[in-house]
Design a binder for this molecule. Structure first.
Ligand SMILES: C[S@@+](CC[C@H](N)C(=O)[O-])C[C@H]1O[C@@H](n2cnc3c(N)ncnc32)[C@H](O)[C@@H]1O
Length: 299
């Protein structure tokens, strides 16, 4: 497989660009390297990555729901979309290490709920589905507990005006691995015990936290101006990527890949965690925005 040897020209803020401007490399003071390619991930993964090089993939491809992206056309016939999904999934399998984790964030819409499950049937040919995680964007909880009324009403969502459908408050994060036997660091994203006596009761509960389980409440950061503050129609919060990487186990992560970079939220998480990152994005304007944010974080 041909390996890429970028011909870099150094520029400001620890950032280098190749002559063709196809690849930008950012290096943080910590030594963390972020390689961002303006490139179709199908060819990118094939040409620039080595087999087994990646420890964790966290990504969110287009969902085939007709979202208006800058470059990508999200209105493909479903069969073409699934063929394409199979093509990039094969590449992901090739570059993922044998004990690597592949976290796939995907959502649907109430009038077209099958997409994630159709994608699953394609991916099961290549991966074991080790965990199904629900990314909860908003939740209302009313509970009477210890004679107190507890009410929680948090998060953001796009309201749907419908007599048939419920507001859609969640997306999936499918955790795949090659053989379903990847050891996880569950307590790295653990939550406090409700009943503290459990800490002593359960031998393994030495850290005073328990496994979070598979329902993750992760809100979007509140923004004032959509176009300026989040100029992309379908992002996930960096915290989502951070939790996936921590769950896999930071000690076991050297390099993370996001084949569908968008605004670079997986890259941001990697920068904060001090792990190397490789990303691909076909849309120059999203990529530029990602670089802006990452450079500002490094500076
Ligand atoms: C759902 S978004 C990812 C958003 C990202 N997780 C974030 O938080 O910003 C999917 C992205 O994939 C990009 N894309 C679509 N086809 C691509 C391809 N073949 N190679 C690389 N990027 C692609 C789109 O331009 C879009 O920005």
């Amino acid at each position: 497989m041909p390996q890429h040897k970028p011909d870099h020209i150094r520029s400001e803020a620890g950032c280098t660009h190749s002559e063709s401007d196809r690849i930008s490399t950012l290096t943080a003071l910590s030594g963390t390297n972020l390689m961002i390619y303006h490139q179709d991930c199908l060819t990118g993964m094939q040409h620039f990555l080595k087999p087994g090089q990646i420890d964790v993939v966290v990504t969110s491809p287009p969902y085939n729901l007709g979202v208006k992206y800058g470059q990508y056309d999200d209105t493909q016939p479903r069969s073409d979309y699934l063929d394409w999904t199979e093509q990039w999934a094969v590449q992901v399998k090739q570059v993922l290490s044998d004990k690597g984790s592949f976290f796939l964030n995907i959502g649907s819409k109430p009038s077209d709920p099958w997409g994630p499950f159709e994608v699953l049937t394609v991916l099961r040919k290549y991966f074991t589905l080790q965990n199904v995680i629900h990314w909860i964007k908003s939740i209302y909880i009313a509970e009477r507990s210890y004679n107190r009324r507890i009410e929680v009403n948090v998060g953001h969502y796009k309201p749907i005006n419908s007599e048939r459908y419920l507001n859609d408050l969640h997306e999936y994060i499918f955790h795949f691995s090659k053989d379903g036997d990847v050891r996880l660091d569950r307590l790295a994203i653990g939550v406090p015990y409700k009943d503290k006596s459990n800490v002593t009761r359960w031998q393994k509960a030495s850290k005073a936290v328990r496994c979070r389980g598979n329902a993750w409440y992760i809100p979007y950061q509140t923004i004032k101006y959509r176009k300026k503050d989040r100029p992309h129609p379908a992002t996930f919060p960096p915290q989502l990527a951070e939790m996936c990487i921590r769950l896999h186990g930071l000690k076991r992560v050297t390099t993370v890949l996001d084949p569908f970079l968008g605004l670079g939220n997986t890259a941001l998480a990697c920068l904060d965690l001090g792990v190397d990152f490789i990303g691909f994005e076909i849309d120059q304007s999203y990529l530029q925005q990602a670089l802006l944010v990452l450079k500002a974080r490094i500076a």
